[in-house]
Every structure is written in C-alpha cells, then in structure tokens.
Design a protein around this ligand. Structure first.
Ligand code: DAH
Length: 355
C-alpha cells in the first residue's frame, strides 16, 4: 500500500510542476500509458492471490482515477493560461482607421455570398467538400460508370496514383458534395455547395480553375415544380429584376429527367441585359436526382425524391457585373480588383440589397 501512496505522491508532484501541455502528456504516458507505471502495476494483479486482489484491485483503480483527475485539472489550468497569454499578446487596435481603397472583395466571393444569402432565405445551408476528390465521389456515385463516355467530357486533371494505385482527381464539378452530404446527413436535405472546380481547358471563356455552386434538395414528395420554383425565384433575386426563364431537356448522368435553364437577354452595344430581349442564354444545369445516385448514398428512392442544380459562378458574376474576359478574374491585377472589387464592409443581404 505504501507503494501506491508513494506512486501517487510522485505523480501528483510532477503534474503540479508540469509547465506545459507537452510535459503533462509525457507524464500521462509515463503513468497511465500502455507501458506506464500504473498500467504495469495493474497488470501485476493477474499474479496475485484472490485475497490480495480484493484489496489491490480497488486500490490500484483508485490510484489510476486519481492521477487521471489530477491530469485533467492541470490540463484545464494550462489551457486557460495559454488562452490568457494569447489574449494578452494578440491584441488588435480597433481605433485604426479603415482604408477601404486598399482591400476589396473579389467579385467571385461577392457573388457566392449573394447566392448564400438568397438560398439561405429559402432554407438552404452551405456545405463544402475537398478540392481533391476520389473517383467514387466525383464520378462513380454520380452514375458515371467506369469507361462511360460522359467522363471524357470533363477534361479531368488526374493526380499521380498513390501507393495502393488509387488515382485521385481535382474535382471537375461541385456535384461530389451532393454525395458527401447524402452519405453524412439524413433527409430532409437542402444545401448549396459553392467552391473551386478544375478542368483542363483554357481560352477566353474557360480557365483551368473556375467556381461552381451546386444545389441539392432531398425531401419526400419533391418534384420538378419545386425545382422550377426555386430556380426561378433564385434568378430574379440574383439579377435583382424580373427574369424570364425557359427549361430545355438535356442529359446529365446524375439526374433524370435533366434540363438546362436559360434566361432571356439582349445585347445593348457591348453590354448584356438580362431579363429582357428575345435571346436565350444557358446559365445552369439541373434535374431530378437519379435513383442510382440516391441508392449509392443509401437513400431509398421509393421514399425520397430530390432535385439538384449546378451553375458557374464566374460566368454569373461576369453577366451581373459586366466583366468582359474570364481570364482577368484570376490574373490578380490590383487595378482590376480595385475597379471590380466590392467593399469588404458591406454585407450582401436581402433587406438593403445584394450589392
Ligand atoms: N455537375 C454539372 C457540371 O459540372 C452541373 C450540374 C448539372 C449539376 C445538373 C447538377 C445538375 O447538380 O443537376 O457540368
């Protein structure tokens, strides 16, 4: 028993003296780790007589719990000290004047925030996924079987295969976030997923990196009418004017039926006016989520239906704010950013206006 008391005193002293979390963790390992002193003492119980065991078992357990409790208490104290030290050293002078001429919000960021505001008003939350994806999330679960020709249309950037031969890709669209969301969340689901996407393509209207926003709704009884209503409301809110739209049949592997949505527009010199005129411009793809996609995510298509949509953020930013060349968006020219950027102090919102 003296053994137990002296072990306890020894660690108690060490724990009180631990100057930082690393030291404290070393003490924890030395005492309670797999090969730690207390763990080894507990292992000795096996060789004891039943009578001895009756005494030593509870005593050793008590020792273990006491040391664990002392470590926890010291840990909280050390964490508090660390936070107080950070608060004391990382001060900010709130009285400094704000110089808004030197920093602006990129139009892509602005437009993604506008979209988040519009869709959150309709009950959507924002989801995210990784830029480097595996074949399952980017293709297979979205109903692109291996070798399917639709895969070739994505001009995919492939990563070097890893040690066990798996070849990841830079995601070619934001649709894999649909898959991640359906696997991790139970319906009802209403999300948008803004983010970077990549395709091996470069000219006046294509950059190898671009941005998309994906949308997904999964709820019992969802139908094409809901899809149309949400997207029609969205474009009018986004362009801040009434916008006429039309839906054309299309094909995507992950939706059935699939459609593209066009908005009415006209040219006025170099400018493009959305909402009026007699021309149609395609701005997004959409459709009812394919039963195979629901099944791949463990959702029963006989119970749940849903719709999805995907659109290019950069192009919508160009249309709304009149930027002529997509490539300028990512050139990092401060004159361009100064001209097209937005005040970082004004938050897009539906009450006082998006922009
Ligand atoms: N993932 C498609 C693309 O990159 C866009 C898209 C179309 C997304 C239809 C969707 C959808 O969710 O339903 O071209």
């Amino acid at each position: 028993m003296t053994d137990i008391a002296s072990v306890k005193d020894k660690y108690s002293e060490q724990i009180t003296g631990a100057a930082d979390l690393k030291m404290l963790d070393d003490i924890r390992v030395a005492a309670l780790g797999k090969k730690g002193e207390v763990s080894m003492m507990m292992r000795g119980l096996g060789q004891m007589s039943p009578d001895e065991k009756k005494v030593m078992g509870p005593a050793l357990n008590g020792l273990k719990n006491e040391i664990a409790a002392l470590i926890e208490t010291r840990k909280s104290a050390l964490e508090l000290d660390a936070m107080n030290a950070a608060l004391a050293s990382e001060t900010m002078d709130m009285s400094l004047p704000v110089n808004i001429s030197t920093g602006t919000l990129h139009p892509v960021q602005q437009v993604m925030e506008e979209m988040a505001v519009i869709f959150s008003d309709m009950g959507f939350t924002v989801a995210e996924g990784p830029d480097i994806e595996d074949d399952f999330h980017n293709f297979a679960a979205l109903n692109f079987p291996p070798g399917h020709p639709a895969r070739d249309m994505h001009d995919t950037f492939f990563m070097t295969p890893d040690a066990d031969g798996e070849q990841k890709v830079l995601r070619t669209h934001t649709s894999p976030v649909q898959i991640r969301t359906m696997i991790n969340q139970k319906p009802p689901i209403r999300i948008i997923a803004p983010g970077r996407t990549y395709r091996c393509d470069s000219d006046q209207t294509h950059t190898p990196m671009f941005h998309q926003v994906e949308g997904l709704v999964i709820e019992e009884g969802t139908h094409m009418g809901h899809l149309k209503g949400v997207l029609m409301d969205f474009v009018s809110a986004f362009f801040e004017t009434d916008v006429d739209v039309q839906f054309r049949p299309h094909h995507f592997p992950f939706t059935e039926p699939s459609a593209e949505m066009d908005v009415r527009y006209e040219r006025d010199g170099a400018a493009i006016k959305i909402g009026q005129g007699d021309k149609w411009m395609e701005i997004l793809g959409c459709g009812m989520v394919h039963p195979n996609v629901l099944r791949a995510c463990g959702i029963d298509p006989d119970i749940y239906q849903g719709f999805a949509f995907g659109m290019g953020v950069d192009r919508l930013a160009m249309l709304k704010y009149g930027m002529p060349d997509l490539r300028d968006m990512f050139a990092g020219d401060t004159r361009w950013l100064g001209h097209y950027g937005f005040s970082p102090l004004l938050q897009a919102n539906l009450a006082t206006g998006l922009s």
